[in-house]
Design a protein around this ligand. Structure first.
Ligand code: URA
Length: 270
């Protein structure tokens, strides 16, 4: 069964060669998945694995020769949960999400990167995987690899807790830029509340990814480029995005390259 082509991601273990990769970088955006594998200095594209349903996936090598998959998760936790389930079935055990995010703290500037150490998980898909109270915690060893890479590459980086929610507009308390002018009462003031709790940023996938990591048994981590400053505006900034995404990719690739083999064993994934 495991050698069969997976229905959604459109490839199977048989497509991954003699030494199938344990590591995957996942992006919400198919173009980012392509850029990571095809257009980033140091990475060598081996082959395009599939272009199914916009879930483009690539097999590539890191500068030290380590193989990895660059895959698309799609936007939001339901799509991500499907992709992660199938990546697990083809043998992936180390997953770094490379995403974008909105800052809710004034010191987390546009263009910087945030490494998530744990998520406040307000996601329906995660409730199908583990109870609400189950921790959405990143793998500490893989997270440290991201921090070390961010320091080495001298990026503007932060580490902390991320609010991982299901919707870009309502769930992140966007009022002015949203078509929906009837924001539910329980969401009014939620950003201010999260800010007071020390939460750094909003995104839409890490909470479910982290819960899946602990339940399935794989190492999960997340780095996001800050493309919106919610202390100033609801709108993403295209210029900041370029730098933020570029840095998030560089850090993720360096972490994947340097991640100690010792931590690629099941005892470190629970
Ligand atoms: N992604 C999000 O989920 N929120 C933002 O503000 C920016 C990117």
């Amino acid at each position: 069964m495991e050698h069969e082509v997976q229905y959604h991601i459109g490839f199977g273990k048989k497509d991954l060669g003699q030494s199938p990769p344990l590591i995957a970088l996942i992006s919400g955006d198919p173009d980012r998945a392509r850029i990571i594998a095809q257009e980033t200095q140091g990475t060598v594209l081996e082959k395009e694995l599939s272009e199914n349903r916009g879930l483009n996936s690539y097999l590539a090598r890191l500068p030290n020769g380590r193989p990895f998959i660059s895959a698309t998760s799609g936007m939001g936790a339901p799509s991500l949960s499907i992709v992660i389930n199938e990546l697990y079935q083809v043998g992936v055990r180390v997953i770094i999400r490379v995403g974008t995010s909105g800052s809710i703290q004034s010191d987390v500037k546009m263009g910087s990167v945030v490494i998530t150490r744990a998520a406040l998980c307000r996601q329906g898909a995660a409730d199908d995987i583990a109870p609400k109270e189950y921790p959405a915690a990143a793998n500490p060893f893989l997270t440290l690899a991201l921090v070390n890479a961010a320091r080495e590459l001298k990026t503007d980086w932060h580490i902390g807790i991320t609010a991982s929610v299901d919707t870009f507009f309502e769930g992140q308390e966007r009022a002015e830029s949203s078509a929906n002018k009837n924001l539910l009462r329980h969401l009014h003031g939620v950003t201010e509340e999260y800010r007071a709790l020390g939460i750094l940023n909003y995104e839409m996938e890490s909470g479910t990814l982290f819960k899946m990591g602990s339940v399935y048994g794989f190492a999960a981590a997340c780095i996001c480029g800050i493309i919106a400053d919610r202390t100033q505006s609801e709108h993403p900034d295209h210029q900041a995005k370029e730098r933020a995404v570029h840095d998030a990719i560089r850090v993720a690739l360096r972490a994947a390259e340097t991640f100690d083999k010792e931590y690629m064993q099941p005892r470190y994934w629970r």
